[in-house]
Design a protein around this ligand. Structure first.
Ligand code: SAJ
Length: 409
């Protein structure tokens, strides 16, 4: 069986590699020519543990190849980005473009799966976009079980940093537009997923995925709000959480410098956009988490004001521990604001990247070695709890001001 994975990013590429490793002939499609070339050379253009080995294996075995034009297949998996536009309005244009591009190669009996996290109603729209391009075929929104093409929403749920493990182990939500659509999608996932494949309808699957990430966002917001309150009341929030979590039904998450990544900081807005009147808690959680970077900046400003020519070492730039992804990272936001407010000389440490993105190098910032930066700095601002930072020497930090936004030290 041939599966075409459309969008070879953080989700699509690992999924394509795992499918290929499980005996499918996989055609990966991406509009980015560099990604296509890199995949065909057996080299991932994204960084994810163990993906390089697996990719090389399946490409060398001829089971996975990448293309930039759509090709025929038995099943299509769409894994393209769903960001938001101004005012947090969801942008499903990548799904639409991907759908319209594969429409030309669809044949009766094909299965189309949407894996991208999507606002409620997108799967229905996907069916309509395909139908517009292919009036010669029938689709589930027109003919239900009798349609030529089957469509399902099976949202991805993998955690960056553990994708290859989670893509196999996690339970899946199978949201078919009809029962047959769900059956076809289930059959595909059951060939490589060890977790349960739970069948529901497409709209429920769409909201379930959004709810999962909103749930986490709300819980992190609770921890972040507590950390701000604790600061005011001069209580150590980490001690507080530790003792509160001894209660058998309490499990407070970790406060931090803010919430980043392209999922948790984005997806809750899709719920807010769908029902702005009722999504009060979900919106407030987003606002609480988005306010946390400025809280950190204000704190550093107050501490720096006591020093002459303060040097601030910012430790960690990625959006979370042990990954190299700097997109939507609260740490990057904090660094930019520190520079903007001219709070001191800034030294950046990020062991997971070897080149700064333009938005930081354009500010005249450079990457520093961890020990050199610690020696030179007056203020140590720990932004990411990378394992590489955990073994700090007590003598090294003596006499320095430490702002540990992650409670790692
Ligand atoms: N964070 C905290 N405190 C915590 C936990 C996380 O401040 O206690 C911060 C992290 O530092 C990071 C952000 O939250 O900035 C998000 O990190 P994360 O590890 O919670 O999640 P992501 O964005 O890497 O992946 C999430 C996962 N969703 C859930 O756990 C509900 C993943 O399973 C999804 O597949 C992924 O979003 C996605 O693609 O939607």
């Amino acid at each position: 069986e041939t599966v075409s994975v459309v969008g070879l990013g953080y989700i699509g590429l690992p999924t394509a590699a795992v499918l290929a490793d499980n005996g499918f002939d996989v055609i990966g499609m991406d509009v980015n020519q560099r990604a296509v070339e890199s995949v065909n050379a057996g080299r991932p253009h994204i960084s994810e543990p163990d993906l390089d080995l697996l990719l090389r294996k399946v490409v060398q075995a001829g089971r996975l190849r990448a293309v930039s034009e759509p090709a025929q297949a038995d099943a299509f998996i769409l894994a393209v980005p769903t960001p938001f536009r101004a005012n947090h309005v969801p942008d499903v244009s990548f799904v639409e473009t991907a759908a319209r591009s594969i429409a030309a190669v669809l044949r009766p009996g094909n299965l189309v799966i949407l894996e991208s996290t999507s606002p409620v109603g997108t799967t229905e729209k996907l069916s309509e976009w395909l139908a517009e391009e292919r009036p010669d075929l029938t689709f589930p929104h027109q003919k239900g079980e009798l349609s030529d093409i089957r469509i399902a929403h099976c949202p991805e749920r993998v955690l960056p940093g553990q994708i290859l493990k989670e893509v196999v182990q996690n339970a899946r939500i199978i949201g078919g537009m009809t029962r047959k659509c769900s059956q076809s999608a289930s059959a595909l996932y059951k060939t490589f997923v060890k977790g349960e494949c739970h069948v529901t309808n497409a709209r429920t699957a769409e909201l379930a995925k959004l709810a999962e990430n909103a749930f986490r966002d709300v819980n992190i917001a609770f921890a972040n709000e507590l950390s701000v309150i604790c600061d005011k009341l001069r209580i150590n929030v980490w001690d507080l959480i530790k003792v509160a979590n001894l209660h058998p039904r309490v499990n407070i998450l970790n406060p931090g410098p803010g919430v980043g990544g392209h999922c948790i900081a984005v997806d809750p807005w899709f719920i807010v956009a769908a029902d702005p009147v009722n999504a009060r808690l979900i919106r407030t959680a987003r606002e609480v988490n988005d306010a946390k970077p400025q809280f950190v900046v204000d704190k550093v400003r107050r501490l720096a004001a006591k020093l002459k020519d303060p040097v601030i070492a910012c430790l960690g730039l990625s959006y979370k521990a042990n990954v190299d992804d700097l997109r939507e990272s609260p740490s990057v936001e904090i660094v930019k604001r520190l520079v903007d407010e001219r709070i001191g000389e800034i030294l950046l440490v990020e062991p997971h990247v070897n080149k700064l993105p333009g938005e930081l190098s354009n500010l005249g910032l450079e990457l520093w070695d961890f020990d050199l930066a610690i020696d030179r700095a007056d203020i140590l601002l720990l932004l990411v709890d990378h394992t590489a930072f955990s073994s700090i020497d007590r003598d090294q930090v003596k006499g320095k001001i430490v702002v540990d936004t992650r409670g790692a030290w």
